[in-house]
Design a protein around this ligand. Structure first.
Ligand SMILES: [Zn+2]
Length: 470
């Protein structure tokens, strides 16, 4: 039989063969998974049933595989904008139903386990890519009061299935660091506590042991990028209640990975982690893992920002001060919720030597000032498309006035567009302002930061990332 580490490696290199290509980025909707589930209905390997309907009347499904005694229950996307594991679940369904080299293992799994999948528990939230459901409720704080349809459905199946193992699948902020290191947390795990004291029992112990196995297997691919989620007891959360009900429950949070905004690499890691869990539960070999390793996994900490500029000078009242600046980029959904653009913010100013940036620039010797708005003229879209942006940067401008009607959600130019000439920005840099900065060496402009994206004057690539419309 194939070893766990060999299996993980094969999955890593062969994931492509199983990718559900209809789910290509995180903002898919219920209408995108509906036909996939209909297709699964025709597949004899699976049983599909309607588990219930969401607040706005979208069907929530329970898909099962196998007919063994040991039960596994996986639910994903109870937060509508946390879609990574849902993509992985559909990849796993492809894996389980394909004629591949792993037929023997899949037969074994089918005999020993019954696996229940409940993908996209919050389809109404997914529709507009938001965390909460259509009532504005966080389903993961509704496990006691059970006011939302979605929470009722999940609780019903937690109690009815009485699964041996449960997987509570989420996405977390991309800005968690592994302990105090500079490494982003790509995956975090938790065996949620079932009481205030954080006691261990046999149920939680099994979950922790399986996490130790997953930690070991995934460390091959993302060494140093795995952490433990906060283990504070939250009585209103499903993971904690599921553990209390006797299901060995594992929280998996998909975090961040540099240059993977759509989390396709992390989707692959979910695919590996969940299939390796399934194999390990079928073979019961997680029992050999040592619990003390679980306790030594570093925690999620908050030492990471999107961008940091270090050792720059600002001039106030003729005096120079040395500062660092951190900038974060927030995703804003487009009006139709099928895409997004970035909105930037100056997060902090001062001595940021204990923090790290995904992008980290030492700008020693440069001075910084807040970008200005060019107000001599209001531009049309046609005029902007043939504009020499670096000429504006050189004069300290990061924004231009535009004619109102032509521009809506965001700027496709490396320039911010000001629709309303009454919009005024402060002269000086402050926290919470949009990140529009001009960096100079002596008096000459070297870089412009437009809505958090850096453009070099000497080497202006013309690569366009989005600006903002104010
Ligand atoms: Zn979540």
């Amino acid at each position: 039989m194939i070893s766990d580490s060999e299996f993980a490696k094969r999955l890593y290199y062969e994931h492509e063969d199983y990718i559900e290509t209809n789910l290509a980025n995180r903002r898919f909707k219920h209408a995108d998974i509906f036909p996939l589930i209909n297709k699964i209905k025709d597949n004899n390997n699976f049983k599909v049933k309607k588990a219930g309907t969401s607040t706005q009347g979208r069907d929530i499904f329970l898909i099962s595989f196998g007919n063994g005694k040991t039960k596994i229950f996986l639910w994903s996307q109870m937060h509508g904008d946390e879609a990574t594991a849902t993509m992985a679940i559909f990849d796993i369904l492809n894996f389980l139903s394909s004629k591949n080299d792993f037929v023997e293992l899949i037969n074994e799994i089918e005999k020993k386990l019954t696996i229940y999948f409940m993908p996209m528990l919050n389809p109404d939230g997914a529709e507009i890519f938001q965390r909460r459901n259509a009532l504005g409720i966080d389903i993961n704080r509704d496990a006691l009061r059970l006011q939302s349809e979605e929470a009722k459905i999940l609780m019903k199946y937690l109690k009815e299935l009485k699964a041996n193992f449960g997987f509570n699948l989420h996405d977390q902020s991309t800005r968690y660091s592994v302990g105090k290191t500079s490494k982003p947390v790509t995956i975090s795990f938790l065996a949620p506590p079932f009481d205030e004291k954080g006691k261990m029992n046999a149920v939680r112990n099994d979950a922790a042991k399986l996490i130790v196995k997953l930690h070991k297997l995934l460390s091959e691919f993302i060494p140093g990028h795995i952490a433990k989620y906060s283990d504070e007891f939250e009585p209103r959360a499903f993971g904690d209640i599921s553990q209390k009900l006797g299901t060995s429950t594992i929280l998996i949070e998909s975090g961040g990975w540099k240059n993977d905004p759509e989390k396709q690499f992390i989707r692959k890691l979910n695919f590996i982690a969940l299939l390796c869990s399934i194999k390990s539960i079928a073979e019961k070999n997680y029992k050999n893992e040592k619990i003390n390793i679980y306790n030594s996994i570093p925690e999620n900490r908050e030492f990471l920002r999107d961008i940091i500029f270090r050792n720059i000078s600002i001039v106030r009242d003729g005096k120079k001060f040395l500062i660092d600046i951190s900038v974060n980029l927030e995703e804003v959904n487009t009006q139709d919720s099928t895409g997004f653009y970035y909105s930037s913010v100056i997060e902090d100013i001062g001595d940021l030597s204990t923090l790290y940036g995904y992008e980290d620039h030492d700008f020693k010797g440069l001075t910084v000032e807040y970008g200005k708005t060019y107000t001599e003229k209001d531009y049309t879209d046609d005029e902007l498309s043939c504009l020499d942006f670096s000429q504006l940067y050189k004069k300290g401008f990061t924004n231009v006035l535009v004619k109102d009607s032509e521009f809506s959600e965001f700027s496709k130019y490396p320039l911010n567009l000001v629709k309303n000439s009454y919009t005024k920005f402060p002269d000086e840099i402050e926290t919470d302002l949009p990140a529009n900065l001009i960096f100079r060496e002596k008096s000459e402009v070297k870089y412009a930061l437009i809505n958090g994206f850096l453009y070099s004057i000497d080497n202006f690539s013309g690569e366009i990332k989005n600006g903002t419309v104010y």
